[in-house]
Design a protein around this ligand. Structure first.
Ligand code: DQA
Length: 156
């Protein structure tokens, strides 16, 4: 991070259900990387980009909704892997729409190469964009895309 960079952006990273088991959960699909490793990668990347990164994982839909509400006034953007809730949760989508913070959706696996029930995302229509299929790299790319978007809108 350049010395004169002012850290004025804070990003909330949300991980949905079962992602706490990364590393031992279906490694053929999700790989061997753990959630702690992904969070460390994002901290490191955030430092390089000059942004603060706060990560939270929950297996509970309501807890994710609450943390989206709590983001107002604290964070400027949300990077989310809602996991299975991507395909089922109108509540998470509505919470994201309600706070109206810029959102980038990420997935480790390519959801479009998998079962048809994973092809639909309730979040995608209200997100800036979606990155799917690059493993932990999806998160890194997603953070860059979100910060880039925030910085561009800061200037305009
Ligand atoms: C996932 C894909 C979802 O379909 C699945 O329910 C997950 C993880 C991914 O990161 O590839 O739990 O979001």
């Amino acid at each position: 991070m350049p010395n004169d960079t002012i850290i004025n952006l804070s990003i909330l990273v949300l991980h949905g259900p079962n992602l706490n088991l990364l590393g031992r959960r279906e490694p053929g699909i999700y790989g061997s990387v753990t959630l702690d490793q992904i969070n460390q990668l994002l901290q490191h990347e955030g430092h390089k980009l000059g942004v603060k990164v706060f990560a939270l994982q929950s297996n509970h839909e309501g807890a994710l909704v609450d943390s989206i509400h709590d983001a107002l006034g604290k964070h400027q953007g949300i990077l989310i892997n809602a996991a299975a809730y991507t395909h089922t949760s109108v509540a998470i989508r509505d919470a994201l729409a309600a706070v109206a913070l810029p959102v980038v959706e990420v997935h480790l696996s390519n959801i479009y190469q998998r079962e048809t029930f994973r092809h639909h995302s309730f979040i995608a229509p209200i997100a800036i964009g979606q990155i799917s299929g690059f493993g932990a790299e999806s998160y890194r790319l997603g953070l860059h895309a979100l910060v880039d978007n925030l910085r561009k809108s800061e200037k305009s």
